[in-house]
Design a protein around this ligand. Sequence first.
Ligand SMILES: [Fe+2]
Ligand SMILES: [Fe+2]
Length: 206
Amino acid sequence: MFAPEKADDRAPRSALIQILQMAYSGERAAAFAYQGHRRSVRCAEQKRAIQKIEADEWEHRRDLGVMLEQLDAKPVWWREIQMAVIGRTVAIGCFLIGWFFPMYLAGQLESNNIDEYDVAAEHADALDLQDLVRDLRVMAATERDHETYFATMVVEHPWLPFANAVFRWHPELRLQQRNSAAGPPSVRLARSLDAANVAAIAKQAC
Ligand SMILES: [Fe+2]
Ligand SMILES: [Fe+2]
């Protein structure tokens, strides 16, 4: 399926594999964490939204597994165990730290995931693996929707200034950037409204 490997391809190829391996296990941690997060919220609409996000993370993990196979690589076993433990621990933590912080920290995690898939797409582009570039860009877009959802949930919360100062993820700025980013305005607005609307409905319903 892919062009023969050249000597110049080794650095981006190993960088790409490393990101995909980390992301593969990271998606497992995220999915486990969202299982706990979903159970910890009371609102049915929020439960539904988080369940959908969890399903997206499992789908990402499946897609990443296929990509690794295509690159003749395997998941890293110790990272699998580490991320499973972290995911389960975070899931329990969601019951202990209230409503706001799981929402806020999930948004920060999603923000990091966008960057991770964009960087992976750049490496895939350097290797001229255009199928992977397309799929990784779609995955980054899904993570952006997840970030928008959590950003919309917490953006008016009174604890936001404190969280911003400590954790350095700024949902209000991310929502602004989202609406002013380059790209076709109709698509941009539609995607932004989609995730934001789900959050608005969840807020109203709870
Ligand atoms: Fe994901
Ligand atoms: Fe996500």
